[in-house]
Design a protein around this ligand. Structure first.
Ligand code: HEC
Ligand code: HEC
Length: 218
């Protein structure tokens, strides 16, 4: 093809690509709108309008750190299966497409880039569960309950000792959440200047090792 012909084509090709991009954006818009409606019907009674959550009742789902750390798989399977033994019911009856729309709506809230792929690929924890148990009882149990039972124990933290959470969260997910926390919730990070305490990487892995022993206990 001559240069001239190529320049002639460039305009229409670019326009066609723009049209494709515009259509994709419109599709996204429709999906998000559908997800918002489904959210308002099924979820807002607990997770509140705009998914801001309510301490001790249901976590925020529009939290920027959650949306940056959680994969679509984590969100979709948690919504599908719920968390047995907590107030989070299963929504498998909504079907995959509707759950996908809800996740698209949640992700339409402002958040840093989705880092879940790198976070889920982090190495597994290598820790001492006995040391982790001490840390947990000293600094986590007031909010998450002894054994990580969650709200049932009267605190504001979720049920991180149950298999409903542990079977879906990678060690990287748990590690990143412990380090950096979730802004505008009671879950402050445990590393760095504005952390609740300054835990070392090893201490955090000890806690994860302890959490991994919990669902098998009576
Ligand atoms: C009856 C109240 C209730 C309803 C309705 C409800 N949830 Fe939940 N949800 C909860 C509670 C309570 C938790 C925390 C469970 C725990 O302690 O681990 C939760 C946890 C979650 C989590 C995990 C969040 C995290 O921080 O890891 C997701 C995702 C979620 N819900 C999505 C939804 C969606 C989407 C809907 C609607 C389709 C919904 N929930 C409806 C009560 C509810
Ligand atoms: C002051 C209360 C508080 C303390 C102390 C606390 N947390 Fe949390 N944690 C929370 C709350 C609240 C959330 C959920 C945020 C929300 O409600 O939106 C949370 C969420 C989490 C999550 C994500 C759970 C999920 O359902 O997705 C993990 C993991 C976690 N905390 C681990 C820990 C560990 C480990 C410790 C101790 C080192 C700890 N937290 C100490 C309040 C606390």
């Amino acid at each position: 093809m001559s240069t001239k012909a190529r320049t002639k084509l460039a305009g229409p090709v670019a326009l066609a690509l723009l049209a494709v991009a515009a259509r994709a954006a419109a599709d996204d818009g429709a999906l998000i709108k559908k997800g918002e409606q489904l959210y308002d019907q099924n979820c807002s009674v607990c997770h509140q309008a705009d998914a801001i959550g309510k301490p001790g009742f249901a976590p925020s789902l529009s939290n920027p750190e959650l949306l940056s750390v959680a994969s679509d798989k984590f969100l979709m399977s948690t919504i599908r299966d719920g968390r047995a033994g907590t107030g989070m019911p299963p929504f498998s009856h909504l079907g995959r497409e509707n759950v996908r729309a809800i996740v698209a709506y949640l992700r339409s809230h402002p958040h840093p880039p989705n880092r879940s792929a790198a976070i889920d690929a982090q190495p597994q924890s290598h820790g001492d569960p006995r040391l982790g148990k001490q840390w947990f009882n000293d600094i986590c149990a007031t909010c998450h309950g002894v054994n990580g039972d969650g709200y049932a124990a009267g605190g504001t933290g979720t049920a991180i000792g149950t298999s409903g959470f542990l079977s879906k969260a990678s060690d990287g997910f748990i590690r990143t959440t412990i380090k950096h926390g979730r802004s505008n919730t009671r879950m402050l990070g445990f590393q760095g200047a504005d952390g609740l305490a300054n835990l070392s990487d090893q201490e955090i892995d000890d806690i994860i090792a302890y959490l991994r022993t919990l669902p098998r206990q009576p």
